[in-house]
Write a protein that binds this ligand. Structure first.
Ligand code: NDP
Length: 473
């Protein structure tokens, strides 16, 4: 691929993600000039927007200096300022391309983008060669560098200058053979709020994810403590190990959020924490998935599209809207907006089942309508967005099928529990609240337009079928 106006072009290689750029070097009687790294033009050609934070320069006095093969846990953009090198790269990442070798001779016209986990090495072909590279993590003391022996038989790098005649550091002479290299693992996934209803479902679809929540899991669980509303804990966390963070944590007690204590907790978990995660996502170039609610709208619209303007009613709703606004600033984000979430935990359906079992005949509101969403569907949608690389942004995800009121749902749960649906008495919200203080206002219409996620190839399952499955003993 090339940018004809500038003479810049990009070539792919057998190592996935490793690309060679041919730079436009302008020469005249004084010398030469080049745009060595140009974010806009290079990303247009397909170079990742890799966010360099450190620039390193290695000056090599003599021809034959040979360095590497070192595998670094960050991305690297290599170019030559003076002289020439023979560059060699070996894929050290776990997976089918492990061990793949690519070599290219580089001079000031050439640059190479080296993704994390690909081993780097080079041999200088001229005296006074200057090798320059940008990296997107600050060098950290103690970083373990998987290394491969320069003379490894399997890689069989065709060094132009025999290694016996090359200058090699003592350390590089003792690095292991390919058979002894521990392949570099990919960056990990983190589920935040892993013990909540949604967090538990995400654990099924992201089985290798690291898990954190406000409290540690029960004995034998791998859930670690991370309170995402605590800046000290956030700063101490090793974010550079992750490519994907699924933020299922939230303060979801809608009425308690109207109290003094609840308001502060809700703002911390639902607004400040997502804002901090968005900053972390930008800094570490990770993808942040966050979960939103139909409560960010006042419910006057009968069908909510993703771009409806915020109009939250209660405190919980306001904090969630603030969280959405903050997360949308992360360059790589998915905001999954949902409603009436039913999963493994405390929820409306479980409450109705208990009332049915206890012989209670409740009153339930019939003027708030929507569709419920089971957590495995939210998790499946998350997998779909991440796996298909759908464009970043907001996506509505809700069970499909008929719109119901809470009272309709309660009647269905009663029937599925062997009770008479008429044991549930429908009432208006006004009747239900009956002048009681501390009940948060809730939107009347919670129906989400599903066409955007459907256009990406995801078909939400029917909400009532899901309810029947959920209630099956
Ligand atoms: P849950 O309340 O079941 O789970 C939330 C989890 O987050 C809990 O384990 C909670 O821990 C944890 N948590 C709370 N605060 C923090 C914190 N500061 N740091 C780390 N973890 C924290 O919620 P759901 O699974 O039902 O909701 C998932 C998402 O879906 C949320 O974003 C919610 O706003 C959204 N949503 C939910 C709806 C619903 O009907 N439930 C409707 C629409 C959207 P602990 O229990 O110890 O407090």
């Amino acid at each position: 691929m090339g940018d004809q106006a500038s003479g810049l072009s990009l070539e792919v290689t057998p190592i996935p993600g490793l690309v060679v750029l041919r730079l436009d070097v302008r020469e005249d009687s004084r010398g030469w000039f080049k745009e060595n790294w140009q974010r806009e033009k290079m990303t247009a050609l397909g170079l990742p927007d890799f966010g360099p934070v450190q620039h390193n320069v290695s000056f090599n006095t003599a021809r034959g200096a040979t360095r590497g093969v070192h595998t670094e846990p960050w991305d690297k953009f290599v170019s030559i300022l003076t002289g020439r090198v023979f560059g060699a790269w070996v894929d050290m990442r776990e997976g089918p391309t492990f061990g793949t070798v690519f070599t290219v001779e580089m001079d000031p016209h050439t640059a190479v983008f080296v993704p994390r986990g690909v081993g780097n090495s080079y041999q200088t072909l001229e005296d006074a060669t200057t090798y320059s590279y940008l990296v997107n993590e600050h060098w950290r003391p103690g970083t373990a560098y998987p290394a491969l022996n320069l003379a490894d038989d399997t890689a069989a790098i065709p060094w132009p200058i025999p290694l016996a005649d090359a200058e090699i550091s003592d350390k590089d002479k003792t690095t292991p053979a390919m058979a002894d290299v521990v392949p570099m693992k990919p960056l990990k996934t983190l589920i935040v709020g892993a013990l909540g209803q949604l967090g538990r479902a995400l654990q099924q679809d992201f089985p290798d994810a690291d898990l954190v929540d406000m409290v540690a899991g029960p004995e034998g669980s791998t859930v670690q403590v991370l309170d995402v509303s605590d800046p000290v804990q956030l700063t101490a966390f090793p974010w550079h190990e992750y490519a994907l963070v699924l933020n299922a944590a939230a303060y979801t007690a809608v009425d308690k959020a109207e109290t003094g204590e609840g308001r502060a907790l809700a703002w911390a978990a639902n607004a400040s924490a997502p804002a901090a995660l968005a900053r972390i996502a930008a800094e570490h170039r990770l993808t942040l998935v966050h979960y939103s609610t139909d409560y960010v709208f006042d419910g006057s619209a009968e069908l909510h599209t993703e771009d409806e303007r915020y109009s939250p009613l209660g405190v919980y709703a306001q904090t969630k809207a603030a969280g959405d606004i903050a997360v949308a600033t992360a360059p790589r984000h998915y905001i999954v907006r949902t409603s009436w979430v039913i999963g493994d935990g405390h929820n409306f359906v479980r409450t109705m089942q208990k009332l049915a079992a206890d012989g209670v005949s409740p009153t339930v509101v019939n003027d708030q309508v929507g569709r419920l969403t089971v957590t495995p569907e939210l998790s499946r949608a998350t997998r779909h967005l991440v796996d298909t690389g759908a464009p970043y942004g907001v996506y509505n995800v809700q069970g499909s099928g008929p719109v119901t009121s809470w009272a309709d749902l309660a009647k269905e749960v009663f029937r599925l529990s062997g009770r008479d649906g008429d044991d549930v008495t429908p009432v208006t919200t006004e009747e239900y609240v009956g002048g009681r203080a501390g009940i948060s206002p809730r939107p009347a219409h919670g129906v989400l337009d599903l066409s955007k996620i459907e256009a990406t190839g995801f078909s939400p399952a029917n909400a009532l079928d899901q309810l029947r499955d959920y209630c099956r003993p």
